[in-house]
Design a protein around this ligand. Structure first.
Ligand code: NI
Length: 261
């Protein structure tokens, strides 16, 4: 069975067929899904999805691009949601300097506050870091993020940067990008990262793998990602599914048949 560690099924891209698609996942081999919050609204929608589907769990947090909407009151609301039984992580949180807004000082402030929150509620974190490798690492080291544990989602940095996160015992979310022709750097990093630190993810509706690149992504495309990881690692496809499933269960503290450990 396949563990989808990062999807956004609350996204409007799924407005037309969300229920039909989600209902079809278990019969297609996807037995667990983490729906990841990215804004306050998507956190509310994530909670609704995890209450509706037994195999959907939630990560609650605000993406760096949406941190402009945060204030003390909304942070308090996020903290309350973290005590819901199917909320298994704080995320996605981090830094994204690809876009000019919100300015880095705002992004850093709320990244720090949400990291501290994760420590207080004893949940792992889902990290989003784009064009901000050094600042992300500096903040995580400064706040002892190795104590919360977590996953660097859509890992897009070098092997050298992977070593830094391995030092903190972090996991790495690998998705459709690894199937792209120009993914040399990521393939090198994936070859280097130990198999017990890799999670399968799509980031649906984004980053659809080959041969469906450019189309709306869904967890149904995860076999393409797992096959590419198997090729890079010289492993069997089934071994990749089993290892990544166990890794995600360990990180998010979810038991084999969808029950909580
Ligand atoms: Ni995401």
């Amino acid at each position: 069975m396949i563990f989808e560690s990062h999807a956004h099924y609350d996204d409007e891209a799924f407005a037309g067929d969300r229920d039909e698609l989600l209902r079809s996942l278990p019969e297609n081999g996807i037995d667990t899904v983490i729906n990841v919050g990215a804004s306050l609204e998507s956190c509310r929608d994530t909670i609704a999805l995890m209450e509706r589907y037994s195999f959907v769990y939630g990560a609650i947090g605000v993406h760096p691009g949406s941190t402009g909407e945060l204030d003390e009151q909304s942070l308090l609301w996020l903290r309350e949601q973290c005590s819901l039984p199917k909320v298994v992580a704080v995320g996605e949180i981090g830094l994204d300097y690809h876009w000019p807004e919100p300015e880095p000082s705002v992004q850093k402030r709320w990244f720090e506050r949400q990291l501290i929150l994760a420590g207080e509620v004893n949940l792992p974190v889902v990290i989003h870091s784009r064009d901000a490798a050094k600042d992300t690492l500096d903040i995580m080291r400064g706040l002892h993020a190795e104590q919360m544990g977590g996953v660097v989602h859509c890992f897009s940095y070098t092997k050298e940067m992977a070593r830094e996160y391995l030092d903190m015992d972090y996991y790495f979310g690998i998705g459709g990008v690894i199937t792209f022709k120009n993914a040399k750097k990521l393939k090198e990093a994936a070859a280097y990262i130990p198999m017990d630190k890799i999670l399968l993810e799509t980031d649906s509706p984004y980053l659809s793998p080959e041969p469906n690149r450019g189309q709306r992504n869904s967890s149904l495309n995860l076999p393409y990602v797992a096959r590419e990881i198997a090729a890079v690692k010289g492993m069997d496809y089934e071994e990749v599914l089993a290892a990544t499933h166990q890794n995600a269960e360990r990180l998010f503290r979810i038991g084999g048949q969808g029950g909580m450990l």
